[in-house]
Ligand binder design. Structure first.
Ligand code: PAF
Length: 281
């Protein structure tokens, strides 16, 4: 695996790739876990060349969020990527990606799709994601790019962006990797202490409980959502939202929706956990 840290070296490395080769891109912020490695495996199975990126993108962190403390473990990540047969790793510095600092002249804004779910509690987050992902798409010019379904809103917004801005890139969603107790794997799970970790799976359990009730015919989404919210709060979570929405449009689900998903986000200690599961397969 080649490791490059500048845009010029990335371009040089990409130039040696045959024009007809399928390039698969896996953008990450590092601190890799099995979920990321599933993205690499999916890319590996569908692409001639797998490019991973590691960049902790300041634009997608709010002022009180964990940008400074976000784990940066490049050596450990490089080893995992090498073991999973990644061809090229791009790990740029902040200055390389944003020579003008945290306020670049150009931002990609995702508009109304960011005003709810994680977007309402993390203002600016998705625009920061869209800006860095657009830059990575332009730099790597992959045919396919891989994102985890755990961040379903991010995945949906990136699909919308690719459509609106005519990026000739297929966006591939990869199912959420989970611990044995059901907790969705996340780089931020490391912020949980032992007691918090022992109950973190209750978020997934709450989503599953709603799913089961809906499948049993209970369509009072508002009541199901508020019951789950209260149950999580009583267990020591500070829930952000629990809701049933349409997977593709992210709009509130109705009795006629056919691609419903349950979404949840909650703080537990210093970790913010998010998860979602399909109701309609
Ligand atoms: O999902 C992530 O890890 C990040 O949001 C991404 C897509 C790498 C952009 O920084």
């Amino acid at each position: 695996m080649d490791v490059v840290t500048t845009k010029a070296a990335l371009r040089d490395a990409l130039q040696s790739i045959e024009l007809t080769s399928i390039v698969g891109l896996v953008p990450t912020m590092g601190n890799l876990h099995t979920g990321h490695l599933r993205l690499i495996e999916a890319a590996r199975s569908q692409s001639a060349v797998v490019v991973a990126t590691i960049f902790v993108n300041p634009l997608q962190f709010g002022p009180k969020e964990d940008f400074e403390s976000y784990p940066r473990v490049l050596e450990q990540d490089s080893k995992l990527l090498r073991e999973h047969r990644t061809d090229l790793l791009f790990a740029p510095s902040m200055e390389e990606m944003y020579p003008h600092g945290r306020s670049p002249h150009t931002n990609v804004s995702l508009g109304h799709l960011t005003g709810f779910l994680c977007g309402s509690s993390r203002p600016g987050h998705f625009d920061g994601v869209a800006t860095v992902v657009s830059k990575l798409f332009n730099l790597v010019q992959p045919q396919r790019a891989y994102f985890g379904e755990k961040d379903w809103q991010q995945l949906t917004l990136i699909r919308a962006m690719v459509h609106d801005l005519d990026f000739p890139i297929q966006i591939v969603g990869v199912p959420t990797a989970r611990s044995e107790d059901g907790l969705a794997l996340s780089s931020r799970n490391g912020y949980l202490n032992a007691e918090e970790r022992a109950k973190a799976h209750l978020l997934y359990e709450s989503l599953n409980r709603i799913r089961q009730s809906v499948l049993n015919g209970d369509l009072d989404y508002a009541k199901l959502e508020s019951d789950a919210f209260e149950r999580l709060a009583s267990e020591g979570f500070a829930p952000d939202y629990v809701c049933v929405r349409e997977g593709a449009s992210l709009q509130a689900a109705t009795a006629d929706s056919t691609d419903r998903r349950v979404f949840g986000a909650a703080h537990l200690g210093s970790a913010r956990l998010i998860d979602n599961i399909p109701i309609d397969e």
